[in-house]
Design a protein around this ligand. Sequence first.
Ligand SMILES: Cc1cc2nc3c(=O)[nH]c(=O)nc-3n(C[C@H](O)[C@H](O)[C@H](O)COP(=O)(O)OP(=O)(O)OC[C@H]3O[C@@H](n4cnc5c(N)ncnc54)[C@H](O)[C@@H]3O)c2cc1C
Length: 458
Amino acid sequence: MKPVPPLDGTLAMDSQTLAANAHDEGNVVNDQTPYAVLFPGSVKDIQNMIRYCAQNGIKVATNTGRNSVFGQTLAPGGLIINCRSLNTIHSITPNGADVDGGVLWMDLIKAAYGAGLTPAVITGYTQLGIAGTLSIGGLGAITSNRLVSQVDQIQQLQVVTGTGDLVTCSMTENTDLFLAMCAGQGQCGVITRAVVNMIPAPKLARLYRAPYATNDIATCLSDIRTLADRGGRPRGFDWVASVNTAGLNGLVCLWAAVLYNPNMPPPPTSVLMKDCSSTARTAIATDLPYLDYVFLVDTAVNCFKSGQNWDRLVKPWFNVILPDSGVDKYVGTLFPRLTPRDVSPTTFVLLAPLLRSAFTRPLYRVPSSGKWAWVCGVLTNSSLPGPDQAFADAMLARNYEWWRSAAAIGGTRYVEDAIPFSKADWQTHYGAATYSRFAAWKRKFDPHEILAPGAAIF
Ligand SMILES: Cc1cc2nc3c(=O)[nH]c(=O)nc-3n(C[C@H](O)[C@H](O)[C@H](O)COP(=O)(O)OP(=O)(O)OC[C@H]3O[C@@H](n4cnc5c(N)ncnc54)[C@H](O)[C@@H]3O)c2cc1C
C-alpha cells in the first residue's frame, strides 16, 4: 500500500484510540478494532482519506456524536472518520444556520438563542451530531408534534462522496445525492456541512406532567390524541407525548408543553385540557426557561452518566414508528408485558404522535396512512456495565420479534436502534422500489462499497 496522503488533522493508530473505537455507545457490538481513526483538520482530509481507502479497498465508517448503539459507526480493520473535529458554526440567520456536520445540536441551540432563534426540529437529547441525526433522519421529540423530521428541515448539504468528490446538494441541485444522504445512514457519503432551518425561539415553556396507571394506557393515548389534534395556538399544546424515565413506575406518563413568550401566556389548564380525562385535567404544570426545557433530557442523561455508568451500560434499544390505526393494540399488548429487565431505572420509554405528512424524504420510513404516526421507543439499558453478551442476545431477539409485530401492522423501524436485520429485512423496511433506488444511489456514489459497513444494508 502507498503511504497515506499528507493531512491537516490527525490519523491516530495508538492502542488507546483504537480500543475506544472498537465499540460504540451501545456496547452490544464489541471488539471491532479499526486500523486507524481520522480526526480531520479539513474537509480535504476527508476527501483524501476516502480516495485512499477507495483505492486500497479499506472500509470507512463515520461518526459525529458517537451515540449509535448497534455498530453503525464501526469499521473493524478499517478507517473511522470522527467528524466532531470539524465543528464551526458559520452563520445563524432567520433564513437558516450554516453549520459544519460535526456541530452538536446543543451547541447550535445555545449559539442561536442569543439571536432569538432555535432549530425548527429539536431532538430529545441534544448532544447528538447534526450530521449524525440527519443520517438517520432525526426525530423531533420535545418541541412539536408537527415539526418532527429533521431531514425535512434542512436546505442544503455538503457531502464527500465515496469517490472523494465534494458535492453541494439540495432539493434543486444534485437531488439524488441529497435524497440519498437524508436518513441514508451514511451509505453514500460523509456530510461535512448543512444549512438547517431556524424558527423564532420562545422564552418559556409550561410543562404539564401526569402519570397514568399501566392498565389505563388507552385513556392516555386517547388524551394525547385529543391534545395533538388540537395542537398549537391559541388553545393547544405545542408538544404532547408519553415519556417515562422511572422504571416500571408510571410507564405511561403524559408530558404536554406550551412554548410561549411572556406577552402571550398559555390559556388556563381547563382550556388546554378540555375534553381530556380527569388524570390530564389534574396534571401539574411547571414553568421553565426555554433552554432548561429543551435540555431536560440532557440533564437526565448527564445525571445517568455521572451516577450510573451510562456509557458502559449495554443499550439494545428498540424504536418503531406505528400507524395510528394500530398503536392502541400494539402498545396495549406490549407495555403490560414489560419487565424490569426491559425497563431499568435509566430506560426511556417514549410514545409520541408525529404528523405523518411532515415526512417526505424517501429513506425516512414511516407508516403509509393516517394523519398521525406514533414513535414507540423502549430504550432498554442493562442495569450493570457491560459487556453482557447473553443479555444483549436476548434483547436483540426480543427486538426482532417486536419489530416483526410492528411491521405486520404497517409499522416501520427508526434506525437509531438495535434490531438484527438481514438484507431481506432491509428490503422489507424500505419496500422493493425504494430499496432498489437506494441500491442504485449506493452504486453511483459509493462504487467501491467502502462506506458505513456497520448497517449491512446491501
Ligand atoms: C439519550 C438519547 C436520546 C435520543 N433522542 C433522540 C431523539 O429525540 N430523536 C432522534 O432522532 N434521535 C435520538 N437519539 C438517537 C440519536 O439520534 C442517534 O443515536 C444518532 O445516531 C445520534 O447521532 P450521533 O451524531 O450521536 O451519531 P453517530 O453515532 O456519530 O452516527 C449516527 C449515524 O450517522 C452516521 N453518520 C455520522 N456522522 C456522519 C456524517 N458526517 N456523514 C454521514 N453519516 C454520518 C453514522 O454512520 C451512523 O449511522 C437519542 C440518543 C440518545 C443517546
